[in-house]
Design a protein around this ligand. Structure first.
Ligand SMILES: Nc1nc2c(ncn2[C@@H]2O[C@H](COP(=O)(O)OP(=O)(O)OP(=O)(O)O)[C@@H](O)[C@H]2O)c(=O)[nH]1
Ligand SMILES: [Mg+2]
Length: 294
């Protein structure tokens, strides 16, 4: 493994995502409100510029989801930033807390329009809401939570939802679940990596060891304390690492030794320790870490 910055090449765009984008474009004509889910840990990297463009003339609510995994102080800062653009909420699709605010916000956004229609003698029966966002951000979980049912399949890997589905949630709202969609060319390596760290890009597209190595680099620079606490690394051990030529690789070796991720001969099992580090980050065992700050 090299310490230098190489280009991370994840410029692929599967056909099903192009198809989903076309379907979203088509279905937008049928919907009243768009709910755009972003990952609170990486609100910029998780924002699909194509979706932003497609939905720019629609009534919109932004949700910073998985906010239980990101830093609370930074959450508040992002909330302020996005609120300037559209009504924004911090959400955790795995908990009941604050979920009812979403349907209320939708009703509120539609209030004027429904009143005008009533005045013209028309009764609008159902508000149609489209839920959009990158793979694995929590769209289906959120709909299940709002509807208090578990109709939609959810799992902790990207690409679970394969086709769109309408879910009625009460007598005046219907939610449209859509498959997660990315865009053809990421603007930077940093964005590609953030999406890989959080589990948006299938792990077989990039090598696990490479993602874990890059994640360690970020954590080592900005979240050293989290690493030290999780893997019981002492100040002395860290100071020693600073002197190594390939600091990050040495850090990975140290963590592997501490966690016993070794091959029978005693060499470190890179694949295994990489998986451990990624799982620890994704499941918040390294603490609540926001990878992007306003
Ligand atoms: N901690 C936490 N986990 C969440 C949250 N929302 C979703 N998850 C988890 O994230 C994983 C993905 O959730 P899904 O609802 O399947 O995501 P999706 O956006 O529908 O994904 P695709 O269908 O692949 O596009 C699951 O393991 C959920 O339990 C959240 O707010 N906090
Ligand atoms: Mg889904």
């Amino acid at each position: 493994m090299q310490e230098n910055n190489k280009n991370i090449n994840i410029n692929w765009y599967p056909g099903h995502m192009a198809k989903t984008k076309r379907e979203i474009e088509e279905d937008l004509k049928l919907v009243d409100v768009v709910v755009e889910l972003l990952d609170a840990r990486i609100p910029i990297s998780s924002r699909n510029p194509e979706i932003v463009k497609l939905t720019k003339n629609k009534k919109k609510i932004i949700l910073l989801n998985k906010s239980d995994l990101s830093n609370e102080i930074i959450n508040k800062k992002w909330l302020e930033v996005f609120s300037k653009e559209a009504p924004t909420l911090l959400t955790d699709a795995n908990s009941e807390k604050g979920i009812e605010k979403i349907t209320k916000k939708v009703d509120f956004l539609m209030e004027d329009e429904i009143r005008k229609q009533k005045e013209r003698g028309r009764i609008k029966k159902t508000i149609r809401v489209m839920i959009v966002g990158i793979p694995n951000v929590g769209k289906s979980s959120l709909i299940n939570r709002i509807s208090k049912k578990s109709k939609l399949e959810v799992a902790n890997r990207p690409g679970v939802t394969k086709s769109k589905q309408w879910i009625r949630i009460n007598n005046n709202q219907e939610l449209l679940d859509t498959p997660g969609v990315l865009w053809p060319k990421f603007q930077s390596n940093e964005i590609a990596l953030n999406l890989a760290f959080t589990g948006t890009i299938k792990d077989d597209i990039l090598e696990t060891t490479e993602i874990a190595y890059e994640l360690l680099k970020v954590l080592c620079n900005k979240h050293k304390i989290n690493l030290m606490e999780r893997y019981k690394i002492t100040e002395d051990e860290f100071t020693k690492l600073e002197k190594e030529t390939n600091k990050i690789y040495s850090l990975m070796q140290l963590i592997a030794k501490k966690r016993g991720a070794l091959k029978p001969g005693g060499d470190i099992d890179e694949e295994r320790i990489s998986r451990i580090i990624l799982d620890d980050f994704r499941s918040c065992k390294l603490g609540r870490i926001s990878l992007e700050e306003p």
